[in-house]
Design a protein around this ligand. Structure first.
Ligand code: SF4
Ligand code: SF4
Length: 283
């Protein structure tokens, strides 16, 4: 079972809910792992007391120009859809930040002058917490392409925790990184707020899920602020509302101190129970 927590925008409480849910499931004896896929700024580890167990270097494959046999025909630059290769009069320039590792230039080069070679983009870390593991993908500073590291972090979780329930904390938004974090999951839970901004971003996220043909439901966080636009939208679109998490200053206080919330706030724990029940019904 693989569940992705996503949201159309940042700050909706996605990490708060996914970290608390993982810890709660572990406290119930479930075999569970949390993967933080917000690789540009992973922060799940701030809310979970854990110790670092393992670090793996993450690479992506990029072409490396070998001058010796190159005829400067320019085919590699022509075939690259991402402008990652520029054919100069006397040399071939490769821009690793733009490369999508599609292998086209390397495969099409008539003189094999562009072998694909590994290039570091970040790290995958495995932490041991109380009753569960946390996997974190973290891009190196200056790296722009999140998708390869997200894919590798999911692969790490699949390989090393094949029997566990996997909770994936996706990056915010509706672009390629969140698509990568969602497409292999059994179910996506979209976290939103009951405000016009929340509704706007939710509709974008819902459109993305529909394009992916992904099964999904909604959690309304900070319920009680704003209006009932999100509820009406979900009713009209026939989207299940899994739970409504009450707006509560005490939740915000615990969050700001980096503490887990469910052990201290009953209504928050009740919302986690709703999620657990819903996930149980998916099996
Ligand atoms: S396709 Fe190969 S031979 Fe042609 S310019 Fe590029 S590297 Fe050189
Ligand atoms: S591997 Fe693909 S994206 Fe990267 S430089 Fe070659 S053609 Fe461009």
């Amino acid at each position: 079972m693989k569940i992705t927590f996503a949201s159309g925008k940042g700050g909706t409480g996605k990490t708060t809910i996914s970290t608390n849910l993982t810890s709660y499931l572990a406290s119930m004896g479930e075999n569970v792992v949390l993967a933080d896929l917000d690789v540009e700024e992973p922060n799940s580890a701030l809310f979970i007391k854990s110790t670092l167990k393992k670090t793996e270097i993450s690479n992506k494959m990029i072409p490396k120009w070998e001058e010796a046999d190159c005829t400067l025909c320019g085919k590699c630059a022509e075939v690259c859809n991402f402008n990652a290769i520029v054919a100069m009069p006397k040399e071939i320039l490769v821009f690793p930040e733009l490369c999508h590792s599609c292998y086209a230039c390397s495969e099409l080069c008539p003189t094999n002058s562009l072998p694909m070679t590994p290039s570091r983009i970040g790290e995958i870390k495995e932490f041991k917490a109380d009753g569960f593991s946390l996997i974190e993908g973290r891009l190196d500073l200056g790296q722009e392409m999140a998708v390869p590291l997200i894919a590798q972090t999911i692969e790490y979780a699949d390989k090393n925790f094949s029997d566990s329930i996997k909770i994936l904390d996706a990056p915010p938004g509706t672009s390629c990184p969140v698509i990568e974090a969602s497409r292999g999951s059994d179910f996506v839970i979209l976290i939103t707020e009951s405000t016009p901004f929340g509704l706007n971003d939710l509709t974008l996220a819902v459109e993305t899920m529909k394009v992916l043909k992904q099964k999904f439901g909604v959690i309304i966080n900070r319920y009680g602020i704003g209006n009932n636009g999100v509820e009406e939208y979900c009713r009209d679109e026939n989207i299940p509302i899994i739970t409504k998490v009450q707006n509560d200053k005490e939740v915000a206080k615990l969050y700001s101190k980096g503490e887990l919330i469910y052990p201290k706030i009953e209504h928050f724990k009740n919302s986690l129970d709703d999620i657990v029940k819903f996930i149980g019904g998916l099996k």
